[in-house]
Ligand binder design. Structure first.
Ligand code: ADP
Length: 489
């Protein structure tokens, strides 16, 4: 706070009241403390930084006196020295409230009347004390001090408000009654409302997504949810508890919007490979059918058809994954189609599907011959598919990729280890949690958009499992899915 005006004002008060010293404190309603704004002792200024705020909740004689002054709006005179952060103020010390009064601006509004600070005056006049005239004068001067304090507070508040209004992120402060206390322009724009203040969250939140974020924040859970605005744009809403159980909601644009083009590009790119194989195989089969079919042609046709079917199922899964990803982004639950299947057979299918990439690596498989488990086969294949695709993306050809499947006491551990670029320690916890997150070291590699692991983690957790990542930068990474072998009904 710029206190030069207050310092000049306090010099004036010293002259008028012929006091020796003066201190002006502003009252912070947020923490019930009196913050020193200006203090001078005769001709010498006291260094404000060295004076601690007075905590009204502390049990000190000074706090008790200050509390009485503010609570009852009464002057208090102390005949013994007052100690203020080591400075001894000589008696008598007069303390009086700084009360701000403002007439109503709008019709129906009440007069504003509140204590905004406290003024201390001390004098060496000893037995004379401050007389009745001094008290009256001090009251008038305290009204001027109020105007100065409030003006400074307001200008600070306006700065904050200006910043609040212009940030591009939507911000809403929600009160304990679940009503909006204040919202910035971006939030009003996102929610397509000209005014949000006073409205309940249920009124603004037609899909009950924000209400959940508010609830989660209050109960200390991770409060993040996707949110679709009335105009159909995806946002991520985060909740944070502020003072006294108020919640700050912040909306930021979801990466699925930002990277929509990249996502489409990546999906198109991924779909092209299997489609090219299918097309090539069908053309060959068509050519074979042009002449008489020999016995060895039959074998060839069967091989081409099998490969085409494998690639068609890969395409189907990629499309399914993209659709599921967009469902997750509009806040819908992942639907699982649970059945019993052989995990090893599923993993072998992924090997065939990704053959074009895996041939460039040394793939080591450590797994049993058969492992029956319950789950959504297609989605569990996606876990393996994403782990393996990343290993190929973030490790050099020629290095080893180790796939391990271990079944221990009803828990299946499916892991993929690579010898690639690795992940910095502080980034590990963000992978699969923050949509769009990519490590700096990986940005130089083949295009990624940071959504595959988000989907993978959701699939693993949807099955009641856990995704674990271990990694050493420059050495390699180990991604594991710990899954229950059986699903409860
Ligand atoms: P992307 O499409 O960017 O690969 P993912 O969600 O699959 O998206 O992965 C998120 C980020 O995690 C990647 O951008 C990369 O920074 C990091 N990552 C994932 N797998 C590996 C890995 N095997 N080695 C190193 N970094 C990885």
């Amino acid at each position: 706070m710029n206190s030069s005006t207050l310092a000049r004002f306090s010099d004036k008060v010293l002259q008028i009241l012929r006091a020796n010293g003066i201190g002006i404190f502003s009252l912070s309603a947020a923490d019930n403390r009196l913050y020193p704004q200006t203090i001078s002792n005769g001709s010498s200024q006291i260094d404000i930084e060295s004076v601690e705020p007075i905590d009204l909740e502390e049990e000190t004689p000074l706090a008790a006196q200050a509390w009485r002054v503010l609570r009852h709006e009464q002057h208090q005179v102390s005949d013994s020295p007052v100690v203020l952060s080591g400075y001894e103020l000589p008696p008598p010390v007069l303390m009086l409230p700084i009360v701000w009064k403002r007439d109503p601006i709008e019709e129906g509004e009440e007069t504003m009347h509140r204590a905004v600070g406290l003024m201390m005056l001390w004098s060496k006049r000893g037995a004379n004390h401050f007389n009745a005239d001094d008290h009256n004068l001090a009251d008038t001067l305290s009204a001027q001090a109020a105007a100065l304090l409030v003006e400074e507070q307001l200008s600070e508040f306006e700065d904050i408000q200006a910043a609040f209004v212009t940030v591009p992120i939507g911000l809403i402060l929600v009160g304990t009654d679940d009503r909006v206390i204040v919202a910035n322009q971006a939030a009003r724009h996102i929610l397509d409302k000209t005014n949000l203040t006073g409205h309940s969250i249920a009124e603004v939140d037609y899909q009950e997504q924000l209400a959940k974020v508010v609830d989660d924040s209050r109960s200390g859970r991770v409060a993040q949810s996707t949110f679709v605005s009335p105009s159909g744009i995806n946002y991520i809403a985060n909740g944070q508890t502020a003072n006294e159980q108020q919640i700050i909601l912040a909306f930021s644009s979801s990466p699925i919007n930002q990277d929509a083009e990249e996502l489409v590009g990546q999906v198109a790119h991924e779909l092209r490979t299997p489609l090219t194989v299918i097309q090539g195989n069908l053309q060959t089969v068509e050519a074979l059918f042009e002449g008489p079919i020999e016995e060895e042609d039959k074998e060839l046709i069967s091989e081409f058809v099998t490969t085409s079917l494998i690639q068609a199922s890969r395409m189907y899964r990629l499309i399914d994954e993209t659709l599921n990803l967009s469902r997750i982004h509009v806040g819908k639950e992942l639907e699982l189609d649970i059945a019993e299947f052989d995990l090893i057979d599923a993993v072998n299918q992924v090997y065939l599907e990704l053959d074009d990439r895996l041939v460039r690596y040394e793939v080591v498989s450590e797994m049993p011959e058969v492992l029956m488990m319950e789950g959504d086969r297609g989605k569990i294949i996606s876990i393996m598919d994403n782990f393996l695709k990343n290993a190929c993306k973030y490790a050099d050809p020629g290095t080893t990729i180790t796939v391990r499947i271990v079944d221990e006491n009803g828990t299946v551990n499916l892991s993929v280890e690579d010898e690639g670029i690795g992940i910095p320690p502080d980034a590990i916890k963000r992978i699969g949690i923050e949509a769009g997150f990519r490590t700096e070291v990986s940005k130089g590699q083949a295009g990624g958009i940071g959504l595959g692991m988000v989907y993978t983690r959701r699939v693993i957790e949807g099955h009641g499992g856990q995704m674990l990542i271990e990694s050493e930068l420059g050495k390699g990474s180990l991604f594991s899915a710990i899954l229950p072998r059986a699903q409860c009904d």
